[in-house]
Design a protein around this ligand. Structure first.
Ligand code: GLU
Length: 294
């Protein structure tokens, strides 16, 4: 059994990260398994080496240790590119030149009804998908984002015996609405509630969804533990695992640590940064207590 904590070095770790890291670490420890750390720094416009250093420092201070070497996603861009090429050549992706404003305009047209919001924001209205040609034989354009054609992907991975269910994963924790056990997702839910998500951003050459799926598989992660805010995104990840013939780990989505107003903590919540607690003289046990893990 192998778990991981996968922070992005775009700011200081806060109490929510501490909870997530301790949760994964404790689970591995109890099962006699391994705990891995992965640095998710594909957004090079926001990632900083000093934040990465602080991650190692805060986690060590919390009493955690992890397997080495630590995988850093920015070192793996060619691996992501190879997978994108494979998906492109099998016509599973399409190039998209829409910006946020185009998407908003297309979804707020008078006959469109209320725009639907999925794990990545407004569900893509399909503008560039409608213009896709037989591009599998053309080179990947470098001036466009690459989106997953969700309808095509769902058809490619569906099992006709499954009665409309396309993908299933095992939830060992709880989704935001208490979802637990085997979670089924239908083609319709995938296309209508999630849609054609971006797998390669124009400025990054990859995306969170693509990189996380490839790396969890390559690192042999058996249990993905992470916050409930990513529960819906897991459905995308399972579709990608089927398309790429990768194993699906068990998922354990955990509760989120919230501020006094009930809002999820964000990187900008410096007041809740582990660093701040450390500077104020807190102990690692105090942090465990604050997140309800003592
Ligand atoms: N880098 C992601 C984050 O910091 C990790 C999400 C995951 O664990 O899959 O939110």
């Amino acid at each position: 059994m192998r778990t991981r904590f996968a922070p992005s070095p775009t700011g200081p770790l806060h109490l929510g990260h501490a909870y997530s890291a301790l949760f994964a670490h404790d689970m591995a420890l109890r099962a006699g398994g391994e705990f891995l750390l992965r640095i998710e720094d594909i957004d090079q416009s926001r990632a900083r080496p000093e934040w990465e250093e602080l991650i190692y420092d805060d986690l060590s201070w919390l009493g955690l240790s992890w397997e080495t070497p630590v995988v850093r996603q920015s070192d793996r861009l060619p691996v992501y590119r190879d997978t994108l090429t494979k998906l492109w050549n099998s016509d599973t992706l399409f190039a998209c030149t829409c910006n946020r404003r185009d998407i908003l305009a297309a979804t707020s047209a008078p006959n469109e009804g209320e725009p639907v919001t999925g794990p990545d924001g407004i569900v893509y209205p399909g503008t560039c998908r409608a213009h896709r040609s037989d591009h599998g034989r053309l080179p990947i354009p470098d001036d466009a984002a690459l989106r997953l054609d969700m309808g095509y992907a769902a058809r490619a991975v569906s099992d006709p015996r499954a009665g409309g269910n396309v993908v299933t994963f095992q939830e060992a924790g709880h989704g935001p609405k208490g979802e637990t056990g085997f979670i089924d997702t239908t083609t319709r839910q995938l296309t209508d509630d999630i849609g054609d998500v971006v797998l390669a951003r124009r400025d990054m050459g990859t995306s969170y969804h693509l990189s996380v799926v490839i790396d969890d598989a390559e690192q042999g992660i058996t249990h993905v533990t992470r916050g409930q805010d990513l529960f819906e995104a897991t459905k995308i990840h399972v579709v990608l695992q089927r398309l790429l013939v990768l194993p699906t780990p068990v998922y354990h989505h955990h509760r989120l640590i919230r501020d006094d107003q009930g809002k999820r903590l964000a990187k900008r919540d410096d007041a809740r940064a582990i660093r701040t607690y450390r500077d104020d003289g807190a102990s690692p046990e105090d942090i465990r207590r604050l997140v309800g893990l003592s």
